[in-house]
Design a protein around this ligand. Structure first.
Ligand code: BES
Ligand code: MN
Ligand code: ZN
Length: 496
């Protein structure tokens, strides 16, 4: 996609599609738009009125120009009220207009943008939001279709700004937004890829491919010999061996904060011997979404050059019920020496993460630890599929994550880390067992993980079982893997 920017236009130029924003229920007032509307005549605006089009955020109407303008179509694009408009409304508008452009096979789109979001966002941020919305909204996964969806054809998105000074910053925002959205789409690709084609060792190779990081991949022999019995155990029922990955990004200048991010990388979760019902297995190729997010974030750090030092971890295995699989009642020993009775082999994500968290706790010194995992179906029950559940030991970090998530259109809600429930995770034969009581499944999962970070660690666990996967298209996310939290993580890191 070619993005271009022009400031304070004498005319809007020409193209296939002209996008005209609606703010506060009327066309954005700018001389170029007034002129265009005049040429277009009263008919479209009268129709909009008849349809009671209010220009709510995300709502739009398409009209043919019948040669009255040097564009085939105009799209009236709702941005809602100027007061309420924010970066998320820009992303939605950008996505909607890119999708409309695709539908009418436009090659060149001109969009005149109001930047005045009540000074809530800079031109740089607006540019980033537009590029994110457009690139995310056009995503599709057709690698496995014999007939590829036709080349989208959309070649150029030209944004016309009403403010002459804003051009440079907007342009640089576009570049950043495009890169970040491509990173999110990479995470989506990984999640959407069938499990057969992305075994744990494949994720290890993907990590190794990222330039600008120092990366170590522990193969199954190595992870066994260093004592990662919990992750190793999960992989025993599959012919695909487990891997543990450490990636390290160090910025050039001063380091503001040191952060560890840890992703659950179960490439397929059949449940193991505690086998899932068929229906529940249908989307279980997405059980490596946390790992996909970590890979995408780590891949973007060298480009964004954020002033934070980041350790990225992936604990990856395939959870299958082959003859060598671990049995309910088996006891494994994690990297920190704790023994775990595996009462349910379907609670495998916490086993994989236990070793990753122990490893970084023992070997690295960081200010914050964030793990991200499709850990519990209970998170979906509690919060639905839009919200990520956050639980942890640092209220400040949770607050920051919530705020940042909101700005990115990636919602996060806190659940309590209720110590009282840990009682039910005591085992008869080992130090702990991998399942708790019948209620509060998401809390139990987090309480289990807490055993593997230091007492004083600033740690947050994100359960993305819901938002990692879209069962239906939503704004700029089509069905399937969403690449959730890539943008929130990067934005959070840019604030430190
Ligand atoms: N990967 C699943 C959680 C999941 C469920 C993610 C639905 C996305 C959608 C996880 O490994 C799992 O099976 N968790 C069990 C835990 C239970 C056995 C304590 C669950 O949620 O049922
Ligand atoms: Mn499971
Ligand atoms: Zn799982």
């Amino acid at each position: 996609m070619k993005f271009s920017v022009e400031s304070r236009p004498s005319s809007l130029g020409s193209g296939d599609l002209l996008v005209l924003p609606f703010l506060d229920e009327k066309p954005f007032s700018h001389p170029a738009i007034v002129a265009a509307l005049k040429k277009l005549g009263q008919a479209p605006l009268q129709l909009l009125k008849k349809e009671e089009f209010k220009g709510e955020a995300g709502d739009s109407r398409l009209f043919a120009t019948h040669g009255k303008l040097p564009f085939d179509y105009v799209l009236f694009m709702g941005l809602g009220s100027a007061k309420k408009a924010n970066l998320e409304s820009l992303r939605k508008a950008a996505s909607k207009s890119a999708q409309a452009a695709e539908k009418i096979k436009a090659k060149k789109v001109v969009s005149l943008l109001p930047l005045a979001l009540d000074k809530k966002a800079s031109a740089q941020e607006a540019g980033q939001a537009y590029a994110e919305g457009a690139v995310l909204g056009l995503y599709r996964f057709d690698k496995y279709k014999s007939k590829k969806d036709k080349d989208q054809g959309l070649k150029e998105l030209r944004y016309v700004l009403p403010d002459a000074k804003a051009g440079k910053a907007f342009q640089s925002g576009l570049k950043v937004g495009e890169k970040i959205a491509e990173g999110v789409n990479y995470a989506r690709d990984l999640v959407n890829t069938p499990a057969r084609d992305k075994p744990p060792e494949f994720l290890g190779r993907e990590a190794k491919k990222i330039r600008g990081l120092r990366t170590k991949v522990f193969n199954h022999r190595q992870l066994k010999s260093i004592g990662m019995g919990a992750l190793y155990g999960v992989g025993m029922g599959s012919p695909e061996p487990p891997v543990f990955v450490e990636m390290h990004y160090r910025p050039k200048g001063r380091v503001k904060k040191r952060i560890a991010i840890v992703g659950k990388g179960i490439t397929f979760d059949s449940g193991g011997l505690s086998l899932k019902p068929a229906k529940s297995m249908e989307t279980m190729k997405d059980d490596m979404s946390g790992a996909a997010t970590v890979l995408a974030v780590m891949g973007l750090l060298p480009f964004l050059k954020l002033p934070v030092e980041v350790f990225g971890y992936i604990a990856s295995a395939e959870n299958m019920p082959d003859g060598g699989a671990q049995r309910p009642g088996d006891v494994v020993k994690a990297y920190n020496g704790k023994t775990i009775e595996v009462l349910n082999t379907d609670a495998e994500g916490r086993l994989a993460l236990a070793d990753a968290l122990s490893y970084l706790t023992k070997n690295r010194k960081v200010d914050y630890i964030i793990d991200i995992a499709t850990l519990t179906g209970a998170a979906l029950v509690a919060l639905g599929d839009l919200y990520t559940a956050a639980l942890g030991t640092d209220a400040d970090l949770i607050q920051k994550l919530k705020e940042t998530g909101e700005e990115c259109g990636e919602k996060i809600w806190e659940l309590p880390l209720a110590e009282e429930y840990a009682e039910e995770m005591k085992s008869n034969v080992a130090d702990i067992q991998n399942i708790g009581g019948p209620y509060g499944g998401t809390i139990n999962g987090a309480l289990f993980l807490k055993n593997f970070v230091a007492e004083d660690a600033k740690w947050v666990h994100l359960d993305i079982a819901g938002p990692s996967w879209a069962n239906k298209p939503w704004a700029y996310s089509p069905k399937g893997g969403t690449g959730i939290m890539v943008r929130t993580f990067l934005r959070l890191f840019s604030k430190f």
